[in-house]
Design a binder for this molecule. Structure first.
Ligand SMILES: Cc1ncc(COP(=O)(O)OP(=O)(O)O)c(N)n1
Ligand SMILES: Cc1nc(C(=O)O)sc1CCOP(=O)(O)O
Ligand SMILES: [Mg+2]
Length: 214
């Protein structure tokens, strides 16, 4: 992992009718304006019914946007796609490959994120080889269904305190208005879908988030 763990993870919204590449390009442009590309990561996340071919094409195109600026490109769920495009790493959750297996697939040096929702899960994921932990839902979200009740900053902070050597990325309902409460509680970073992808001006939204996270 590089010396600075990115504070803002922008996750693609690849639902039909969205324009993930336009959003990613806008987010990177905003980070460049703030001289903050090292503080930005992009996670390629597609719906389950998207074909591997389409996920591969999207991930390759996102990587092409990220790499020249040193922005991390991570791939959600589909580690074979991460490897195929040469991404910086991947992210897995409870329905994906187990963390230890994901680590084997990606190799020892790739970035590997794992979703966890409590201290015990965080310690287990860390032991299994996760390099960062996605913890959520921090706040209510409509982007993903079937999630447990929001944790709030306090519970996110309790997970962070359980794994002090591991960056926590708080996810779920994060906005420029509430991001600082999560960093104040102990998260190293936040991840967003809607706050950037659904914004009328995704570049401005990215800039706002990077500023409050500085
Ligand atoms: C940073 C980050 N945290 C959590 C998740 C959620 O992963 P998962 O639980 O596997 O759910 P899906 O995103 O695959 O629907 C994430 N993607 N990123
Ligand atoms: C993909 C995802 N995972 C979550 C979790 O808690 O594990 S919340 C979430 C959706 C985040 O989208 P938004 O920023 O629009 O709320
Ligand atoms: Mg997953």
């Amino acid at each position: 992992m590089g010396p600075v763990f990115p504070h803002l993870h922008v996750i693609t919204d690849a639902r039909r009718g969205r324009e993930p590449l336009t959003v990613v390009a806008a987010a990177i442009a905003a980070a460049r304006r703030l001289d903050g590309c090292h503080r930005l990561a992009v996670q390629v996340r597609v719906e389950d019914d998207v074909s591997d071919r389409d996920a591969y094409e999207l991930a390759g195109a996102v990587l092409e946007l990220c790499r020249p600026h040193g922005v991390w490109c991570l791939v959600n769920d589909r580690l074979h796609v991460a490897l195929a495009v040469g991404a910086d790493g991947g992210h897995v959750g409870a329905a994906d490959l187990p963390v230890a297996v994901a680590r084997k697939v990606l190799g020892p040096t790739s970035v590997l994120g794992a979703t966890c929702r409590d201290a015990a899960g965080a310690r287990a994921a860390r032991r299994a080889g996760a390099s960062y932990l996605g913890v959520g839902p921090a706040f209510a979200t409509t982007t993903k269904t079937g999630l447990p009740s929001p944790l709030g900053p306090g519970a996110v902070g309790a997970v962070a305190a359980a794994v002090p050597d591991t960056p926590i990325v708080a996810i779920g309902g994060v906005t420029a208005g509430n991001a600082r409460s999560l960093i104040g509680a102990g998260a190293a970073a936040v991840a967003v879908v809607g706050a950037v992808a659904a914004a009328s001006d995704p570049a401005r939204a990215t800039e706002d988030l990077l500023r409050v996270l500085a």
